[in-house]
Design a protein around this ligand. Structure first.
Ligand code: ADP
Length: 225
């Protein structure tokens, strides 16, 4: 199953993607995580975009997606988070999937008021070792500043600083939100209220996915194409 998690920065795409990935046993594919890992391992080209809240050029992002889709680990599908982020990327994704006989099954559009999203971004912390996400109000780590999963140190992302948050939300409104119409026209979009607690958001997403993706378990049978 190919699931796209859509929504503004800070709306909870990463958190929901992680839980859906565990439930449906397909990997979480996050372009933001891929770029942050690239930066960490020395690709300084990307810093000018990612840390300033600007979109990485399509030529770079699309290559990442194309390469990703060919990997064996995505054979049974993926939870795609952070892509597509503009109309051209949406078309690119459809074509790339079509070439391998696949399609996006559903687009979950996470919706929350802007103030809530800004509040969440400033309270967000991320494990610098494994990338796990926390929120100092709603999803606290058991030990202060330490990751529950791997004991790594928790940090605030550079692009979660207030000025950059504003920039990212502006870029979302201008460049990314038109993708909503693209998927609406194709009747693939389901809106989910993301101002609720993570568990409720997760339950709504699972209901929407199960209703629209027929027999998800069957799609994962080993050996099936
Ligand atoms: P968020 O959705 O919370 O803004 P992400 O982790 O998805 O955060 O993305 C972080 C940054 O990575 C973006 O601000 C952008 O610079 C870059 N990025 C991620 N995905 C894409 C994409 N599909 N196209 C262009 N840039 C991207």
């Amino acid at each position: 199953m190919q699931i796209v998690i859509f929504g503004s920065p800070g709306v909870g795409k990463g958190t929901l993607s992680d839980s859906l990935s565990a439930k449906y046993k397909v990997p979480h594919l996050s372009t933001g995580d891929i770029f942050r890992a690239e930066i960490k391992s020395g690709n300084s080209e990307l810093i000018q975009y990612v840390e300033k809240g600007l979109l990485v050029p399509d030529s770079v992002v699309n290559k990442v997606i194309e390469k990703g889709l060919k990997q064996d680990s995505y054979r049974n599908g993926f939870i795609l988070d952070g892509y597509p982020r503009n109309a051209d990327q949406a078309v690119f994704l459809d074509n790339a999937l079509w070439k391998i006989n696949k399609r996006v099954n559903i687009v979950i559009n996470l919706v929350a008021p802007e103030e809530a999203v800004i509040e969440r971004l400033t309270q967000r912390r991320m494990c610098s070792k494994c990338g796990a996400l926390y929120n100092l109000v709603t999803m606290k780590p058991k030990k202060k500043d330490v990751c529950d999963k791997c004991d790594g140190p928790l940090v605030q992302r550079k692009d979660d600083e207030p000025e950059t948050v504003k920039k990212r939300i502006g870029v979302y409104k201008e460049e990314t939100s038109p993708v909503i119409d693209y998927y609406k026209k194709k009747k693939m979009l389901v809106d989910i209220d993301a101002s609720k607690r993570p568990k409720e958001v997760y339950n709504s997403a699972v209901r929407a996915i199960n209703a629209s993706v027929k027999e998800p378990a069957e799609a994962q049978t080993p050996g099936q194409q």
